[in-house]
Ligand binder design. Structure first.
Ligand code: LLP
Length: 421
């Protein structure tokens, strides 16, 4: 459920008409609903109630500080994957002891930044990284809390580009080698080995792969404990999918996911962390765009929008589907017609949807891409010297621009010209 509904013939974000935001900030733009963000966070928090836990929002999904602050004030921790994300979380007021640091190639500088500023734990992804964390901790005179990310060799049954839990993927250490790696970790004086981490992929639409992975983690916990390690925290990653089409897909609910966690791991008495990103932010955001032209092509009509692949890359990159709706509510019973919905960027990949049934639209009409809150704004670029589009946060009947659209001067003046030119 989200808070983007039609009211009096027009699409609203909570209590604000989308057209009012468009008039104020121009198009295209992203808009997020505070109530939806909080509702989704709460679903996870409630799903783990009765268990010692922390929901660490995977901020890579949507990392604007206003979003981070909204979630942090509700009690969320953060999962970061770079020094930049770490500093952004800190800037939004998240304390270091609520930040977990994931990511397959943490640099010495990033590790130093986190150890200096305070960190809940590093999720270690390789043996060389473990050695570097140890060395830097010793240099700084601190002890680094770590888990080791294990790769359980489980098929997440998701898009190949976002599956991470098979042995051929670059993530984690093979679970079969865990014993050896934990023994080495325990021998390093700069490390405090507190638990196990796993993350098998994103946009999972079934519980079964989670169940297989978590069952392996349960077995590993018992094995490592028997080998003398004080395993007391399990980080279970993110990955629970969202419905991208209103019509027919219904991934498992957070409450069912929480029940699975309790069933597979509850008996171990460990503190549980999860790192959901998409489910918290995805359906809490829209990308709103304007029709520039309607062009009649060979056997098809093109809807040419002012938003493009640089603003929302998911369709071009993952063949992802986003529902696209007219901001003016279609008159009931109006005959829909198929459009190819495209942006103005000069490549055919800049296509959002083919033969998508829409109500008749004309130049100047607004459309909204649903489920665009996660991996939308954060993956945008200035390709074609198109400015990054603004982000807007709605809260009840209020809205605020939380990232401004840069001017062309700001973009162009970022280049510096060598003296020989
Ligand atoms: N934890 C780790 C270690 C991750 O790598 C990820 C996502 C998450 C948590 C959050 O997963 P989520 O709950 O959002 O599924 N750009 C792609 C998605 C990439 C996901 C990368 N890792 C997309 O637009 O579909």
């Amino acid at each position: 459920m989200d808070h983007f509904l039609y009211r009096d013939g027009a699409l609203y974000a909570e209590d604000v008409p989308i057209s009012e935001i468009a008039a104020a900030v121009g198009t295209p733009f992203y808009v997020y609903s505070t109530a939806t963000l909080l509702r989704h966070f709460q679903l996870f928090d409630d799903a783990l109630s009765g268990t010692d836990h922390l929901v660490c929002y995977a901020m890579k999904a949507a990392s604007n500080q206003a979003i981070l602050k909204t979630l942090a004030q509700a009690g969320a921790g953060m999962d970061v994957v770079s020094g930049g994300e770490y500093l952004r979380a800190k800037a939004a007021g998240v304390p270091g002891d609520k930040i977990v640091f994931s990511g397959v190639g943490k640099t010495a500088d990033e590790i130093r930044t986190a150890l200096t500023g305070g960190i809940r734990q590093f999720n270690v992804e390789s043996e060389p990284e473990m050695e570097v964390i140890n060395a830097i901790a010793l240099e700084l005179g601190v002890v680094a809390p770590i888990t080791v990310r294990v790769n359980p060799d489980v098929d997440a049954k998701t898009h190949a580009k976002i599956a991470t839990g098979k042995s051929e993927n670059k993530f984690g250490i093979p679970i079969a080698r865990a014993s050896e790696v934990y023994a080495r970790a325990a021998s390093l004086p700069g490390l405090d080995v507190i638990g196990i981490d796993v993350h098998i992929g994103s946009q999972l639409t079934e519980l079964e792969p989670f169940e297989m992975a978590y069952t392996k983690v349960a077995e590993l916990t018992e094995q490592l404990r028997a080998e003398g390690h004080n395993i007391r925290r399990l980080d279970l990653g993110g990955g629970l999918g969202i419905p991208y089409t209103r019509a027919n897909d219904a991934p498992p609910l957070p409450v069912e996911y929480g029940a699975l966690i309790k069933k597979t791991l509850g008996h171990l008495g460990c503190e549980i962390e999860i790192e959901p990103g998409r489910l918290i932010a995805g359906n809490a955001g829209l990308m709103v765009s304007k029709v520039i032209y309607v062009k009649s092509g060979e056997g098809r009509d093109f809807l040419i929008l002012d938003g493009a692949m640089n603003d929302l890359i998911r369709p071009a990159m993952y063949e992802a589907h986003h529902d696209i709706v007219a901001v003016k509510e279609p008159v009931p019973g109006v005959e829909q017609q198929p459009y190819d919905i495209v942006g103005p960027v000069c490549e055919s990949g800049d296509t959002f949807a083919k033969e998508r049934n829409m109500p008749p639209l004309e130049s100047g009409d607004l459309v909204a891409f649903r489920s665009a809150g996660a991996y939308g704004a954060v993956m945008s670029s200035e390709y074609n010297t198109r400015p990054l589009i603004p982000e807007v946060l709605v809260h009840g009947d209020q809205f605020a621009v939380i990232r401004e659209r840069p001017s062309f001067d700001e973009i162009i003046n970022r280049d510096t010209i060598p003296t020989w030119l």
